[in-house]
Design a protein around this ligand. Structure first.
Ligand SMILES: Nc1nc2c(ncn2[C@@H]2O[C@H](COP(=O)(O)OP(=O)(O)O)[C@@H](O)[C@H]2O)c(=O)[nH]1
Ligand SMILES: [Mg+2]
Ligand SMILES: [Zn+2]
Length: 307
C-alpha cells in the first residue's frame, strides 16, 4: 500500500493512506544513495508499507524517489545531514526583524537550498503587530529592496494578531505541500495553528534573556489543510547545510546571477576577481545587490573550507 509520511518520531512513522493514518516502522537498513543521513525517512516521503504478519503493525518496505528535499547539517554527527522534509511544492520562510532578528545570510542560504530544486519561495515577515524602531523598519525596507525585484514575494504578516489570515493564505496553499521554515521563535507554529486550528502545535515564549527562542518542535510534522494541501512545520533551524553544490554551480542558485552566467571571459569563473567577469561588472553597475553578492562569497568560501 502506498502512503505519505506525515510524522516521524525517529522510530515510528505516521503514514497517511487512503484508508487512514497507519503507524509504521522501518525494518532493517535502508539503502540511501550518496547522502549521509541521520534519518532514512523524512516527512513528506512517499512510501510503500506492508502489514506485518500476525501483528497489528506495519512496516515501510520501500521509499519512492524524492522529487526534492530540504536538508540541514546534523547537529550531532559531523558530515551527516538531516532531511527536514521532502516532495515540497513551495516554501515559506518566516523571518522577523527582532526577537529573533533573521540575518540576510540566513535568508540567502535558505534560498540557495530552495533554488537548487527550483522550489518557489516566499518571505513572510512576521510580528508586524509589534512597534519597531526606525533601525528595524529600515531593515524591513532592505529586505523588500533586495528580494522583491529578484522574484521572491515579501509579505508582512502578524501570525498572532493578523485578521483573515486563513482567507489570505488558503488560496496560496491549496493543493500544495508548503514548507514553513525559519529560526526558532519566528512564529511558524503560531502561523500554522491559525491555518490549521486542529494542529495545536505548541508555541513558546522566547526567552528574553537569549532572544534565541527555545526548541518546541523537535520533528518536522505535516498537517493537512481542510481544503486540500499540506503545511509542514519544522523545528527551528540555526543553519542550512548547503550540500553537494559545486563551486561553479553556486551562482546558478542566485537567481539574479543566473541570467549572466556563461558570459564571463573564463568559463570556470568564480566571480571573485577574474578579469572579464560579467557578475562583477553587473555588481558594479548595480544590477546585483551588494548584500547578495556578499552572501554568495561567504557561502562559496565556507563551502571551500569544508572540502
Ligand atoms: N507579537 C507577535 N508575537 C508572535 C507572533 N507570532 C508568534 N509570536 C510569538 O513568538 C513566540 C514564538 O512563536 P512560535 O510560533 O512558537 O515560533 P516557532 O518557533 O517559529 O514555531 C511565541 O511567544 C508567539 O506567541 C506575531 O505575529 N506577533
Ligand atoms: Mg514551532
Ligand atoms: Zn564571473
Amino acid at each position: 500500500m502506498k502512503g505519505r509520511v506525515i510524522k516521524s518520531t525517529g522510530s515510528w512513522y505516521s503514514v497517511q493512506t487512503d484508508t487512514g493514518n497507519i503507524q509504521a516502522r522501518l525494518r532493517g537498513k535502508f539503502k540511501q544513495d550518496e547522502l549521509k543521513l541521520t534519518n532514512p525517512i523524512a516527512v513528506g516521503d512517499f512510501v510503500l508499507i506492508e502489514k506485518e504478519e500476525n501483528q497489528s503493525t506495519s512496516v515501510i518496505t520501500d521509499i519512492l524517489p524524492r522529487e526534492n528535499y530540504i536538508i540541514r547539517k546534523s547537529t550531532r554527527k559531523t558530515h551527516f545531514s538531516h532531511i527536514l522534509a521532502s516532495n515540497i511544492d513551495q516554501a515559506f520562510l518566516i523571518v522577523t526583524l527582532r526577537n529573533p532578528r533573521t540575518s540576510l545570510g540566513f535568508i540567502d542560504r535558505f534560498l540557495v537550498s530552495t533554488e537548487s530544486f527550483r522550489i518557489p519561495a516566499t518571505i513572510l515577515v512576521n510580528k508586524m503587530d509589534e512597534s519597531y524602531k526606525e533601525k528595524d523598519l529600515e531593515y524591513l525596507e532592505t529586505i523588500k529592496e533586495i528580494y522583491e525585484p529578484i522574484g521572491y514575494p515579501v509579505l508582512e504578516i502578524s501570525a498572532l494578531k493578523g485578521e483573515n489570515l486563513k482567507e489570505k493564505f488558503l488560496p496560496l496553499l491549496q493543493g500544495k505541500t508548503t514548507l514553513l521554515s525559519g529560526h526558532s521563535g519566528v512564529g511558524k507554529s503560531t502561523f500554522l495553528n491559525k491555518l490549521v486550528p486542529q494542529a495545536q502545535q505548541a508555541t513558546k515564549e522566547i526567552s528574553k534573556f537569549s532572544a534565541k527562542g527555545v526548541h518546541t518542535t523537535t520533528f518536522a510534522e505535516m498537517f493537512e489543510l481542510g481544503e486540500g494541501g499540506f503545511l509542514i512545520d519544522t523545528p527551528g533551524i540555526k543553519e542550512f547545510g548547503i550540500l553537494d553544490i559545486e563551486e561553479q554551480e553556486l551562482s546558478h542558485y542566485f537567481v539574479e546571477m543566473r541570467q549572466y552566467l556563461g558570459q564571463c571571459k573564463y568559463n570556470n569563473c568564480k566571480h571573485i576577481n577574474e578579469p572579464g567577469c560579467i557578475v562583477l561588472e553587473k555588481l558594479e553597475e548595480g544590477y546585483i545587490h551588494p548584500y547578495r553578492y556578499d552572501s554568495y562569497v561567504n557561502i562559496l568560501f565556507e563551502e571551500e573550507s569544508h572540502k
